[in-house]
Write a protein that binds this ligand. Sequence first.
Ligand code: PFF
Length: 469
Amino acid sequence: MSTGSKRDGFSSTLAALMVALGSAVGLGNIWKFPYMTGTGGGGAFLVIYLFFVFCVAVPIMISEFVIGRRSRLNAVGAFRRLTGNPSTPWSGIGFLGAASSYLIMFFYSCVAGWVYCYTYKAATGAFADITKEGAEALFSATIGAGGAEASFFSSTVLAPIFWQVFVLAVVGTIISLGVAKGIERAIKVMMPALFVLLIACVIRALTLPGAADGLYFLFHVDFKQVTPAVVLAAMGLAFFKLSLGMGTMITYGSYFTDDADLSLSPLKIAVADICISMLAGLAVFPTVFSFGVEPGAGPGLLFITIPLVFSQMPFGQVLLFAFFLLTAFAANGAMLSLVEVPTIWMAEEFNISRRRSALINCVIIGAVGILAACSADGTGYLGAATLFGKGFFDLFDYLSSNVTMPIGGLCIAIFTGYVMRRADLFDELSNHGTLRNDGRAAFIRVLLRYVTPVLVLVIFLNALGVIKL
Ligand code: PFF
């Protein structure tokens, strides 16, 4: 959402909830959640993910809302005001947030480019009567697979870059024209439409032959295959999904009304977000098993299965077009909140206009993001090129979800649990004593002091191999 300098605030608690949900819902639900559940082994990953949502993500979202509403400032200013120290190191959380935004946008804009491309292809009828092999080939072509042998200026290599640049041009234009509010209003209408379409997908997927195997995969819990890396990935997904640990929710909290219940709202957002992710999972996995797609296929999973869901179905091509169009809108909504973070930071820090800042940021994202567009799935122009043992696409994804966002979240939990006075936390959670919820506030404080930060730290050290669980 737009975090412009005027602090107008949300008109109601419901409006605040919807906007926070608008940042949370995006490619994370529709694209990332199903493929990560697939590579993470199904039901066991799901259980671990849900555990982190409630024990780590929800307490951190409560913290972010408390910090935001108490200070009524952005992520950097909030810590300065709450500590009363203009040079407090805690404001570093805001800068870490800008780093997370860049890292996410480098690959998110690339995946959004695939969605735009699929929307266009669906409009031209490219998916009519598609087979599994056809869907796989189309995805490979979309991400520029096999471009390692082609010249950089060949259409194979340039296609994903073209779509990524197109996405950034759209997002940059929306931000610099200052029409983000209008777009967000459109998203409020599009989100329920996406929800309805997802339900249609689920019904179709569940009636495919062999759908039960997909349900078994999604809900059968077998912890034997769970590794420390899978646990870290599940925790990272919880941060990514709910836009946490980077100050986005601090900014949203600063717009909340005085009577919003800051301990219940995150719970509602998390549950709504899980519902949308589960619908995506219920559309994807029965199809995966019905058509014999590999569940651990990775980032291509959605792009291979959804065209198959709609194939051989009345109005399938129209519905497929609507699906990708609505997904593109959801991705745009999330990207507006992502690009806003460095845009407002750079505009204020270097005293440049908002428009120039948006332009500079989109150029930076595009320039570095090309590395992601050329390395998705390890099959593009950059082939097997790696940095720290990972291709660029994976590296940007890994660093944001598994390093910078959890570090930001850890600091935020410690700040609210240990630095903020107990009385201030209780005062904010009870809306200055109007809600009688001291018991709940005490429970949340225990989580923020002894559970959430410890979990984040332990999962980190476990994944690094420093400790062995
Ligand atoms: N939560 C978004 C998604 O799941 O698609 C991604 C995201 C948006 C992450 C905004 C962080 C953020 F600040």
